[in-house]
Design a protein around this ligand. Structure first.
Ligand code: PEP
Ligand code: CO
Length: 446
């Protein structure tokens, strides 16, 4: 029953969570423009990430994926991009130490603009308007004009992604990401942290290792891996008009790649086997992810593997589980066991954010301890089942926001209002991200 795939074959399937574009001619024009624009990433880079993920699937590397829930057009500055990169690099170094494995760094960045919503409309004071679907679709302001989907926004998202990527490429190849520098930031964090004593052990060991390497002549000048990092981009492939328009044929292999990002994932709300998102992503050769929430059955997972990874290629498919700290221990074991029993080669990654959202004092938030608890249980389930806990997936930012509760510099319920800046879900701030990395590193050592 599998029909021939084409970049537009998804159009014959039901596509959930797509905007009601009011003007088809304007959409067609933006689609045509995007189709002509240069690719944002190259097929070879996506292929390289897939190879790294194959090592993750085999337990030889660890995946760290993180960034904004939704990028925004207004919070678009060099400093914001730098600080998001910085926190992810710092976390990666800590996790490298904890896992004793290379950490594969993937940002939710340079394209993470579109959001699925639980309701197509939002009502405030008796007025109903279309929901905000991310800034590549409409504007968060609660007015009729702002909420009207505008395809020109897809083009703006493309250009913002291009300049974000340009800066990221400069940062990651130009010395900003030098391991010595990242380690200095981490020492600085440990010196200031209330949990400094607890974290110092890991930080000091890393410094000792770097000093030892220097003594024997391994330094940033003669060893590029100390001076540059490989950093990949990812986003939810939600707006299929955008993703199709950025799909290109790789001249070397003849395969299609979605060149809007290195890795794309399918959200919890759009992973229907007979849906347009699964149809679209099955045909592109990027590494892809699928979010797996509490309603997924083992059979659903196996059918998703059949469809999205029929050749059982390691690194192609990452299953990102997001159950919530109170459900993961009950739901994850069966899924892991069955997928393993069927010999499916997947990366298991844990998104401890999306199952742990609650509303406190009118703010959507996530308690740090619940986030950590889901990760701990994710690790123990995999340990018990003999499978590989391959990675973690966070919503976080480099800014000092107050969106998630807790952490070593504790965000209290009454401080949520102080710097609640997200355009969608609550993110860990830089301190909470680093706390998390140290605690996971400890966990991996135990
Ligand atoms: C997200 O990652 O921001 C998201 C919407 O996740 P999920 O599809 O898991 O709900
Ligand atoms: Co989110």
């Amino acid at each position: 029953m599998t029909q021939t795939w084409r970049p537009d074959s998804w159009r014959q399937y039901k596509a959930d969570q797509q905007p009601d574009w009011p003007d088809p001619a304007a959409l067609a024009e933006s689609f045509a423009n995007l189709s002509r624009f240069p690719p944002l990433v190259f097929a070879g880079e996506a292929l390289s990430l897939k190879k790294h993920l194959a090592r993750v699937a085999a337990g030889e590397a660890f995946l760290l994926q993180g960034g904004d829930c939704a990028e925004s057009f207004s919070d678009f500055t060099a400093n914001a991009i730098r600080d998001k990169l910085k926190v992810l690099l710092q976390m990666a170094v800590i996790l490298t130490y904890g896992a004793r494995k290379p950490v594969i760094k993937v940002g939710r960045i340079a394209g993470q603009f579109a959001k699925p919503r639980s309701s197509p409309t939002e009502t405030q004071d008796g007025v109903s308007l279309p929901s905000f679907r991310g800034e590549s679709v409409n504007d968060p302001a609660f007015t009729e004009a702002a909420r009207l989907p505008d395809p020109k926004r897809l083009e703006r998202a493309y250009f913002q992604s291009a300049s974000t990527l340009n800066l990221l490429r400069a940062f990651t190849s130009g010395g900003f990401a030098d391991l010595h520098r990242v380690q200095m930031w981490n020492q600085d964090f440990v010196a200031k942290s209330p949990q400094g004593e607890r974290y110092a052990h890991i930080a000091n060991q890393l410094s000792d290792a770097l000093r030892f390497m220097e003594v024997i002549g391994i330094d940033s000048k003669n060893t590029p891996v100390l001076h540059q990092v490989e950093y990949f981009t990812s986003h939810e492939a939600l707006i299929l008009e955008f993703e199709q328009a950025l799909t290109r044929v790789d001249s070397i292999t003849g395969d299609h790649y979605d060149c809007s990002a290195h890795m794309l994932w399918i959200g919890e709300r759009t992973r229907q086997l007979d849906g347009a998102h699964v149809e679209f992503l099955r045909g592109v050769h990027n590494p892809i992810g699928v979010k797996i929430g509490p309603t997924a059955t083992a059979d659903d997972l196996l059918r998703l593997c059949d469809r999205l990874n029929p050749d059982n290629e390691a690194g192609r498919l990452t299953l990102i589980t997001r159950f919530g700290h109170d459900k993961v221990a009950k739901l994850l074991p069966t899924l892991v066991r069955k997928v393993r029993a069927e010999g499916r080669r997947v990366v298991w990654s844990c998104d401890p954010m999306h199952g742990n959202t609650q509303t406190v004092q009118g703010f959507k938030t996530r308690p740090f301890d619940n986030v950590l608890s889901e990760i701990k249980q994710f690790f123990s389930v995999h340990k018990a089942e003999g499978t590989v806990p391959g990675g973690v997936h966070f919503e976080l930012t480099g800014d000092d926001v107050t969106e998630c509760l807790g952490g070593s510099i504790e965000v209290l319920p009454e401080s949520l209002r102080e710097r609640y800046e997200t355009t969608c879900d609550p993110r860990l701030n830089a301190t909470q991200g680093l706390d998390m990395a140290y605690l996971i590193a400890e966990l991996m050592q135990s």
